[in-house]
Design a protein around this ligand. Structure first.
Ligand code: MGD
Ligand code: MGD
Ligand code: MO
Length: 881
């Protein structure tokens, strides 16, 4: 029932409560169902009829929790965790609970729109799908005649399970950009060449000691719901100690046994010094190092000698005694694990920081053990056949020659590269993306790009919502929000691998179409009779048929019903039952289920070994590929790296003049900061998600403003108190916001949460409820919005954050910006934000000087004197790209 349109009079209230009493008295069975079940069922509070329950995978953020959607009278009325889901264990966060407001957003776009005014002027005309598809197909046809790579697609989140790649491969374009460089790419690149996977799955529940470097994992990190549950289990049941390094008192730092404030970007130095103490005091696991890595204990000891606690303490501000103590505690408390997310990685040399932290579980042998630092576990699914081949030509911007190690792309430099003519664009698609809000420079950089019709002649946004980016489109195709579409899922968010599904909970509203249907329709329009060879790859009836092609033949799942099993349960496999006493998943005997450990020690079968040779050093090579490693007479699968062991020394890095061994580089512009200069950090909070939740009424009511945090001492020095208007100025622009002064932040850091201060994302996000009417694009208005009582929508900092690229991992250095904070002047107004394209271009040129081809690269790496320089690499590679 829609509570919004339901006026509660005294009479209906009494009726409802009388019905309640009667129903309760009459139906003890019902009572049991409601009070003893741990979810999975739900009932109308008014008439007690059971609601339709449909299992799904959440997609408000990127954790992919297993969830249940409840439908009453055709409307989604409630969301909660799926009790059969091994990761989620029946719990869902605040964002997940409010996900139906994506469907019922009164500012949602329910039919295709075509721009009629100037770009971004906000004038739209409703057009039919056929008109939209015809125009898009014409533009694509022209672009294909010139060069398929002039067709670009940029996505933010992509959980389509391969549909976007299929679409772009069908068109033959390699110009596909993602959002990974503004997300966590340097974490991935810090890890991948070392041990294979791009992420770790720590066994928090069974750990005794947890070192957290810069992840806000109890409220807003990767896998915050499943992980905060396991962390709580570990801390409560197993008395695990949690130590958090963060520049501010995050909600995770506040719930840790110790919060250690660290100077921004110096986690790598601290981690190296921790390693120094461990190796100096002989606390390492020598057997693990000698067996599973490409260095010896002696080499490691010699290398770590330089990283003294005194050195790290000067850089990080962490006391020498603390480093000495934490090192001993970490190395002698078993099992132990580290966890990191974006805190160490989002800096100029973030990849080095990540690498340094992951050395701690490696040198102490805490890898792939119960309670330790484990590899991610996931499951895959086949793609519908036939599949289009990969594009013939590589795209300059998607595979940039200056960043050869950044395999997740450097998408935040796209506007500068397009402006420089590095890649001509004819047609630009965006999908689940809002770079104009979420990227460095935001409107001053990306807004400028989209407004320029010479650079982006034709822009199609596939989106259910108007937003900072979509508002600049030429055509908007109304995509379906996650509760109205099909998608395959798997996420390594627990130690048990699973497959999941998203399925439509209600029929898609208005004329919206889900991604795979929309892309199929574009291709069919372009290749109606199949003569171009494109149509053959888009051969499915509907979303469900596509899912059958994914799931009906997955071994194990097939035997229990394939897609039908997933439609019923939402997840596969079902490992056990949720225990009402403990909230944990137990097997038939009532014991908590246990994961499998030691994946690298899986032994190769004799079939695997047939035709394989064991080389000196133990590498097992078959058909020119290393498939495993022999140790003490046993043939192991090893780690998923090229040589099947852990590469402490990453030779590929040395090829481009980077240090192949664990190292640290101080951010040059942090060395000489003036007294009134500080470092700006931005962070995420529990009830919001980047650009997409500010118009969700339940979440906006909980949090809608974002004052800048500042340390009490700093505030005193600058004469700033909580509530004062302040001006925050960086080298590319300035903003005016309010201050929040307290002890919970490093004195040289100021912090602003993102997700606020919208200028084009629904009327609620912009607080334009009085000046604009709801339902402008076909959605039903929401009378609840008349009750909005707050008048502050916050201020968004991204325009004043310049681009910084980690030359190894390609990440944006979000947490590196030097700012000056002063009391606001007489002409400063709350909410002012100003930045200049030219200054952003200067920042772009400056950061490219750190690329391996740039002039500052050598200066930053004097230890790599023997490296021949970019020319030698180009020569070696045969002329580069
Ligand atoms: N200052 C600062 N900025 C940051 C960060 C930071 O640390 N500091 N962190 C960054 C991180 S980690 C990330 S991952 C990026 C995220 O950046 P983006 O990928 O741009 O992220 P979102 O805001 O999650 O989503 C983009 C858009 O997707 C649209 N959308 C939502 N649901 C749907 C749907 O069902 N279909 C379609 N087609 N569209 C939909 C919404 O309009 C939303 O605006 O932001 C980054 N921005
Ligand atoms: N509720 C919620 N959950 C989310 C998201 C969301 O928007 N909302 N976004 C999802 C996405 S896309 C991502 S990528 C993850 C991000 O997950 P996290 O990386 O855990 O979160 P962030 O807020 O990006 O940054 C983590 C912390 O780094 C700290 N930090 C900044 N600089 C440094 C430093 O130099 N050293 C250390 N040690 N700490 C530092 C910040 O203060 C912050 O608390 O979260 C995901 N989960
Ligand atoms: Mo992210």
């Amino acid at each position: 029932m829609d509570m919004l349109n339901f006026k509660i009079s005294r009479r209906t209230f009494l009726q409802a409560s009388a019905a309640t009493t009667a129903a309760a008295a009459a139906s003890p069975k019902l009572l049991k169902a409601m009070e003893v079940e741990l979810g999975g069922k739900d009932f109308s509070p008014v008439n007690y009829t059971e609601r339709k329950a449909i299992p799904i995978t959440c997609h408000v953020c990127n954790i992919q929790d297993g969830a249940m959607a409840y439908v009453e009278n055709g409307r989604i009325v409630k969301l909660e965790g799926n009790p059969e889901h091994v990761s989620t264990r029946g719990r869902l966060c605040a964002k997940g609970n409010s996900g139906m407001w994506y469907s019922y957003d009164p500012d949602r776009i329910l039919y295709p729109l075509k721009r009629v005014g100037k770009r971004g002027e906000g004038k739209w005309k409703r057009i039919t799908w056929d008109e939209a598809l015809t125009e898009i197909a014409q533009k694509l046809d022209a672009a294909l005649k010139e060069d398929p790579n002039t067709i670009m697609l940029k996505y933010g989140r992509n959980r389509s399970g391969g549909v976007i790649d299929r679409f772009m491969n069908t068109l033959g374009s390699a110009t596909v950009m993602n959002h990974t460089s503004v997300c966590e790419s340097s974490k991935k690149i810090g890890m991948e060449p070392t041990w294979g996977p791009d992420i770790e799955t720590p066994d928090f529940a069974n750990a005794k000691y947890i070192l957290n470097f810069g992840s806000n994992l109890m409220e807003a990190a990767y896998f915050h719901n499943p992980y905060s549950q396991r962390l709580a289990d570990g801390m409560a049941d197993n008395k695990a100690k949690l130590v958090t390094f963060d520049v501010r008192l995050s909600n995770t730092a506040g719930r840790s046994d110790e919060w250690i404030p660290v100077f921004p970007g110096t986690d790598g130095a601290v981690a190296l010094a921790l390693g120094h103490v461990i190796l100096r005091d002989d606390l390492q696991d020598s057997d693990f190092i000698e067996t599973w890595t490409n260095v010896t204990v002696a080499e490691l000891k010699a290398h770590y000698q330089q990283f003294t606690p005194e050195w790290a303490s000067k850089l990080s501000g962490v006391p020498v005694e603390t480093i000495e103590r934490i090192a001993r505690e970490f190395a002698t408390t078993k099992p132990a694990t580290t966890y990191t997310y974006r805190g160490p990685a989002k800096h100029l040399y973030g990849s080095y920081n990540e690498k340094a932290t992951m050395m701690l579980p490696i040198m102490t042998g805490n890898i792939e053990v119960r309670g330790g630092y484990c590899m991610p576990r996931g499951m895959g699914w086949p793609q519908p056949q036939p599949e289009p081949p990969k594009p013939a030509k590589h795209s300059w911007i998607a595979d940039h020659p200056d960043y050869p190690l950044a395999h997740h792309k450097v998408s935040h430099l796209t506007p500068f590269w397009i402006a420089e003519g590095k890649q001509k664009i004819n047609v630009y698609f965006s999908y689940q993306d809002n770079a104009v809000y979420t990227n460095p420079g935001s409107d001053a950089v990306w807004g400028k790009l989209y407004r320029d019709e010479k650079l982006i002649p034709f822009y199609v946004s596939m989106s259910p919502f108007m937003g900072e980016e979509t508002a600049l489109a030429d055509i908007i195709l109304p995509d379906c929000p996650y509760l109205e579409r099909w998608e395959p899922e798997s996420m390594p968010n627990s130690l048990w691998p699973w497959l999941g599904i998203r399925q439509p909970v209600i029929k898609s509203l208005g004329e919206s179409r889900e991604n795979r249907i929309m892309m199929r329709d574009i291709i069919h329009k372009l290749d109606p009779d199949g003569k171009r060879g494109m149509k053959q790859y888009w051969n499915f009836k509907d979303g469900e048929d596509y899912m059958r092609q994914h799931f009906d033949n997955v071994p194990g799942l097939k035997e229990v019903g394939g897609l039908d099993f997933l439609k019923k349960h939402g997840v596969f496999p079902i490992y056990g039952k949720l225990d009402p006493g403990t909230g944990k998943i137990v097997d038939k005997t009532g014991r908590e289920i246990q994961p499998e450990y030691g994946l690298h020690k899986k032994e190769l079968s004799s079939a695997d070994m047939t035709g394989a040779v064991v080389e000196k050093g133990g590498a097992i090579v078959k058909n020119g590929k290393t498939i495993g490693v022999q140790r003490k007479g046993k043939n192991y699968a090893g780690f998923p790296t090229k040589n099947r062991i852990i590469n402490v020394r990453v030779d590929e890095w040395a090829d481009f003049g980077f240090n192949p061994m664990p190292t640290f580089k101080q951010i040059p512009w942090h060395k000489e900061m003036k007294d009134d200069e500080m470092i700006l950090t931005t962070y995420k909070i529990n009830v919001h998600k980047q650009s997409r939740t500010a118009a969700v009424k339940w979440l906006a009511e909980i949090m809608h403003s974002n004052p800048v945090w500042m340390n009490t001492e700093t505030g005193k020095k600058l004469g700033i108190k909580t509530g004062d208007l302040v001006r925050v100025e960086s080298k590319v622009g300035h903003m005016v916001t309010k201050a929040y002064v307290f002890e919970g932040i490093h004195p040289k850091v100021v912090a602003i949460p993102t997700a606020f201060g919208h200028w084009a994302y629904g009327r609620l996000a912009q607080l334009k409820l009085k000046s604009e009417k709801g339902g402008a694009w076909g959605a039903q208005d929401d009378p609840d919005l008349n009750n909005v009582w707050w008048e502050d929508k916050g201020v968004h900092p991204n325009q004043i954050i310049p681009v910084v690229v980690d030359p190894i991992g390609g990440s944006q250095g979000w947490f590196d910006t030097v700012v000056k904070v002063t009391k606001a002047g007489p002409n400063d107004k709350y909410g002012d934000v100003q930045a200049s394209w030219d200054k952003h271009v200067e920042a772009y040129k400056e950061t490219m000087r750190y690329a391996y081809t740039g002039d500052l690269h050598r200066k930053m790496h004097p230890e790599m004197a023997s490296w021949g320089g970019p020319e030698s690499v180009r020569h070696k590679e045969g002329g580069g790209h």
